[in-house]
Design a protein. Structure first.
Length: 250
């Protein structure tokens, strides 16, 4: 079975790596969009058209399941992708792990891109899931961009800046951009001791497997990994090799 994962850049790697670990026989189609990255600042309709087009192309290539391991794609285009592909193709989106973080923490910081931090979407999630826990948004300027380049030194500088702007009393940090788990070790090293990180990659992978199993189809495969770059066959960007997940999939 072919599972397509769609993101503008390397944010699809954490969920893809979990799928590889949990169900190594699945065939993965990793659809990146270097021509259009990054999606966060782009107009809403542009993002919808881009993501729906990538999903349709993946299905044309044989994908039976589509995953959007990207917050921007999920909030902007998830419903449109589901409407276009119909009920026969499960489409799984991504939601930042605010609910489990709020349940386990006294005070939570949500690290995300500047666009997501300022969005109505994130404010609505906080209102729905914080359950009275104090939550603050921290815009991580340049972190996703540095990760896409595989520039870990620049990423560490962006992490240090975000740590400096994270309130000292926060004992939980939500990684609200799917790129950030690729630097989870470095983030944990720079945060004060006792701060717990929360991300959604494993949960999205687990939900994907539940949806696959519910189809009742043969989900076997050869364990292949194929890459599309703005719709063209290609390889993972060189920067992916800077991260464990990228090396696993490469």
């Amino acid at each position: 079975m072919i599972v397509a994962l769609i993101d503008s850049g390397l944010g699809l790697l954490p969920t893809s790596a979990w799928l590889r670990r949990l169900r190594p026989e699945l065939d993965l189609l990793l659809s990146l969009d270097p021509d259009g990255a990054h999606w966060g600042p782009k107009p809403e309709q542009w993002v919808i058209d881009r993501v729906v087009g990538a999903a349709e192309h993946a299905v044309d290539l044989g994908a039976e399941v589509v995953v959007l391991p990207c917050n921007t794609a999920s909030v902007t285009a998830l419903d449109h992708v589901r409407a276009r592909l119909g009920d026969a193709i499960p489409v799984i989106g991504t939601v930042p792990a605010i609910k489990p973080a709020a349940a386990a923490s006294r005070s939570v910081a949500i690290w995300a891109t500047a666009a997501t931090t300022a969005s109505r979407y994130q404010a609505d999630l906080i209102e729905r899931f914080a359950n009275g826990t104090a939550v603050v948004g921290v815009a991580c300027h340049g972190l996703a961009e540095a990760i896409d380049l595989g520039d870990t030194d620049r990423a560490k500088q962006a992490i240090a800046d975000a740590v400096a702007r994270t309130p000292a009393d926060c004992d939980g940090v939500v990684l609200g951009c799917t790129h950030y788990p690729l630097m989870a070790g470095e983030i944990a090293d720079q945060l004060p001791a006792g701060v717990t990180l929360f991300d959604s990659a494993e949960a999205v992978a687990a939900q994907t497997l539940r949806r696959i199993d519910a189809l009742g189809r043969d989900a076997s495969g050869s364990g292949s990994v194929k890459v599309l770059l703005s719709g063209r066959p290609g390889e993972l960007p060189a920067g992916a090799a800077a991260f464990e997940a990228g090396r696993l999939l490469g």
